[in-house]
Every structure is written in structure tokens, then in C-alpha cells.
Design a protein around this ligand. Structure first.
Ligand SMILES: Cc1cc2nc3c(=O)[nH]c(=O)nc-3n(C[C@H](O)[C@H](O)[C@H](O)COP(=O)(O)O)c2cc1C
Length: 145
């Protein structure tokens, strides 16, 4: 597998962003929920993008558990990038940087700075233009491979 986008999502907004990043990465990119994905599916040089909503200043519980279960060295040689979704008017906290730290603790190399996408309210929708911005981010990540 050359590239994968792995996500957690309660209301579907993070899933939509993950799918948009996957379209930007190209037709071979796989987009899947963290529970269905093991890093052993990645070979060296692969690109792994991981995203979650911020929930109580942290990644969503299931995604956080998936990150906690990453063994040291399990992402050696894998390039990674992290994103989160958040409500525009909240005092945010952060999930993307926490995701990035967990990926790097498992051996990953950072392919891009962590980034985030805005939803209007807890259940969405995504702010106008966020899907297009996510696709463009996917294209830029693919260009860096
Ligand atoms: C229990 C709960 C706690 C939340 N905490 C935060 C928070 O600390 N900061 C923030 O910006 N958004 C927070 N949110 C808003 C989520 O980030 C928003 O619901 C999410 O981006 C939607 O993504 P999803 O549709 O993929 O679940 C919270 C939402 C819920 C349900």
C-alpha cells in the first residue's frame, strides 16, 4: 500500500475530510476507519494520514486507543501527516498535534505540519471550502512523495 488515510468520526465530518484527502492523494489511496487498519499493511516509504475530531481537547476515544496501541518502531520509514476537525467558535484544544506526537513516537517521519478543518457546530456541517482545501492538501502530500 502506497498511501492510506485513517480516521475516527462520530458525525461523519471527519470522514468527509478523510475521503477528500484520499481523492487528492490519488486513486490508489485507501481511506478507512482506524479500527479496520493495521500499520503492518504499510511498507517503508508509504504515506499515512491520520485524522480525528477534537473531543474534549483530545482525539476521539477510538482513534486515541488506536494510537496508544501503536508499537514503538511500527511506523519506521513511514511518512505521516495528521489533521483534526473542530468547531470554529470553540476554544479548541488540539487533536492533530497529539496525533502527530503519537505517530512520531511509533517511528514515523513527518511529511507535513499538522492541520485542521472547521465545522459549524458539533454535528457539522463543514464550513464552505473545507472539502476543497482537504483535496488540495491531499494533492500537495502526494506531490511530496
Ligand atoms: C463531547 C464532545 C466534545 C467536543 N470537544 C471539542 C473541543 O474540545 N474542541 C473543539 O474544537 N471541538 C470539540 N467538539 C466538536 C467536535 O470537534 C466536532 O463535533 C467534530 O469536529 C465533528 O466531527 P465528526 O463529524 O467527524 O464527528 C466536541 C464534540 C463533542 C461531541
Amino acid at each position: 500500500m502506497e498511501s492510506a488515510v485513517v480516521y475516527g468520526s462520530q458525525f461523519g465530518n471527519t470522514r468527509q475530510i478523510a475521503e477528500a484527502i484520499g481523492r487528492g492523494l490519488g486513486p490508489e489511496a485507501r481511506v478507512l476507519e482506524a479500527a479496520s487498519f493495521s500499520p503492518s499493511q504499510l511498507r517503508r516509504g508509504s504515506l499515512l494520514v491520520v485524522g480525528s475530531p477534537i473531543v474534549g481537547w483530545k482525539p476521539l476515544e477510538g482513534l486515541g486507543a488506536w494510537l496508544d496501541a501503536l508499537a514503538p518502531g511500527s511506523l519506521d520509514g513511514v511518512r505521516t501527516a495528521a489533521f483534526d476537525t473542530r468547531v470554529k467558535l470553540f476554544i479548541h484544544g488540539d487533536a492533530a498535534k497529539k496525533i502527530e506526537r503519537a505517530l512520531e513516537a511509533a517511528g514515523a517521519e513527518r511529511a507535513a505540519d499538522p492541520t485542521w478543518y472547521y465545522v459549524e457546530g458539533t454535528e457539522g456541517p463543514l464550513l464552505k471550502g473545507e472539502i476543497e482545501r482537504a483535496e488540495a492538501w491531499g494533492r500537495s502530500l502526494a506531490g511530496g512523495q
